[in-house]
Design a protein around this ligand. Structure first.
Ligand code: SAJ
Length: 421
């Protein structure tokens, strides 16, 4: 097979990117070092929560425009879509990107383009990536086109956003950025903005940090609202009617592998200057503790009390539990000696034991709604009331209708509603 584009890493960005290029006239090789990832793609096409992606992948596989393999092959363009997790010391773990680069170096030839999509600290493309190709005898600005082209898609709406969002292409040279723009224009309908690689890396991190800081502001307001005796949801909704105010919403904390992680990639390189971002991280990380404090206010001492945690995923309608606040809530309930049970219909393999909704609610003293899954909107307060020991519920996501629960005799509390506290 003559490969135009070789995509390294077939996770939630690599797979849709590979499939999109394949469906738009390119011959694509998708590479993943994990055999089980390749097997799963061959069997299902893609993740269950992205049905459109699964059918796109299946189509590309069946007409041969997309092939899968465990190793790269020579190609004109290499795209790295590898994870960059946060290490224990809150710094970026670039080992997957380094390994990915190592794997393509033997296949790179003069004139090829290498594109990094993984989220990385500012300076990584100009530093680490350029250094690695230099080590192979290439001039990173003359022999090759090196580009940082961050993904921006929202898990659960990937294909739509991959096509329609604006993109930024940061080249080591202006020519490299232009070449990447011409490539992605095959399927990107949004505007493609060109800049240098370090600016593009910074922009990616700033987008998620902006959201983290905004959510931290909302979370701080929620804590203040409890003291002032006001309902933060009412207050934010009213404030947001101002044309230049757009506060996000409080919750049990910020999870996921993007927003809860990316600010650290700036913080680690800031020499202590990224004070606001660091504080926002602390505020958001303190929210699970506030949830448990609220549970204590509703129940008193938590020792031996039965608590149901509904939702392990970091946000609604996805099965991803990375950095999920629910896990911190559970850890804290455990520390306080509470007897907890957890339920999440979207999570298939979980780091904590999960049970059915019936089992989770049986004889509990308190329900904590920790994730905004749509299925929780269908919970029937009358029916649930029969199962629990005490009709008490703490909705940390503001998704349930208080009236319905109160008229069924429940003590109902939204996180951040100081009018009821
Ligand atoms: N959250 C709140 N309050 C809000 C909004 C969100 O507490 O008002 C919480 C969510 O419950 C969740 C966390 O924040 O725990 C993050 O969720 P999210 O939906 O805001 O974002 P992610 O992490 O799923 O995806 C983000 C997106 N970035 C932006 O919106 C700027 C996405 O576009 C990025 O592509 C993705 O990160 C990424 O891969 O970087």
């Amino acid at each position: 097979m003559n490969v135009d584009v070789c995509v390294i890493g077939l996770g939630y960005i690599g797979l849709p990117t590979a499939a999109m290029f394949a469906r738009h006239g390119y011959s694509v090789l998708g590479v993943d070092v994990k055999e089980e990832v390749l097997e799963k793609i061959l069997a299902d096409g893609g993740p269950a929560e992205e049905p459109a992606l699964a059918s796109l992948v299946k189509g590309a596989l069946s007409d041969g425009s997309l092939c899968l393999g465990g190793k790269p092959e020579p190609a004109d363009v290499f795209i790295l879509c590898l994870p960059t997790p946060l290490r224990e010391d809150k710094k970026a773990d670039l080992s997957f990107v380094e390994n990915g680069m190592e794997s393509i170096l033997p296949f790179i030839k003069k004139g090829d383009m290498v594109i990094l999509e993984s989220t990385v600290p500012p300076g990584t493309t100009e530093g680490l990536i350029a250094e690695m190709v230099r080590g192979k005898g290439f001039d990173p600005c003359g022999d090759l086109d090196l580009v940082f082209a961050p993904e921006r898609v929202m898990p659960s709406n990937i294909l739509e956003e991959l096509e329609n969002l604006d993109r930024v292409m940061g080249g080591l040279t202006p020519g490299a950025a232009e070449r990447a723009r011409d490539l992605y224009a095959a399927f990107v309908k949004g505007r493609i903005v060109l800049t240098d690689a370090t600016t593009a890396e910074f922009v990616k991190l700033v987008e998620n940090s902006y959201r983290d800081v905004n959510i931290a502001f909302a979370n701080e307001l929620a804590v203040l609202a409890m003291g002032f005796g006001i309902d933060i949801w009412e207050a934010v909704t009213i404030a947001n009617r101002h044309p230049r105010v757009n506060i996000l919403y409080p919750g049990p904390g910020v999870g996921g592998h993007c927003i809860a992680v990316d600010p650290y990639f700036i913080i680690e390189k800031s020499g202590g200057s990224a004070r606001l971002m660091a504080e926002a991280r602390r505020v958001n990380d303190s929210m699970p503790e506030n949830v448990v404090a609220e549970a204590e206010r509703l129940l008193g001492d938590l020792k031996g009390r039965k608590v149901a945690v509904l939702g392990i995923a970091y946000k609604g309608n996805v099965g991803d539990f990375r950095q999920s606040p629910s896990l911190s809530i559970i850890e804290r309930l455990e520390e306080r000696g509470a007897v907890w049970k957890a339920h999440d219909p979207h999570v298939t393999s979980s780091p904590v034991p999960l049970v059915s909704i019936e089992e989770a609610l049986e004889g509990v003293d308190l329900i904590i709604v920790a994730t905004d899954h749509n299925v929780f909107l269908e919970l029937d307060p009358d029916e649930l009331g029969e199962k629990v020991a005490a009709r008490k519920i703490l909705d940390t996501r503001h998704i349930l209708k208080r009236n319905e629960w109160e008229s069924a005799g429940w003590e109902f509390q939204y996180l951040g509603d100081g009018k009821r506290a």
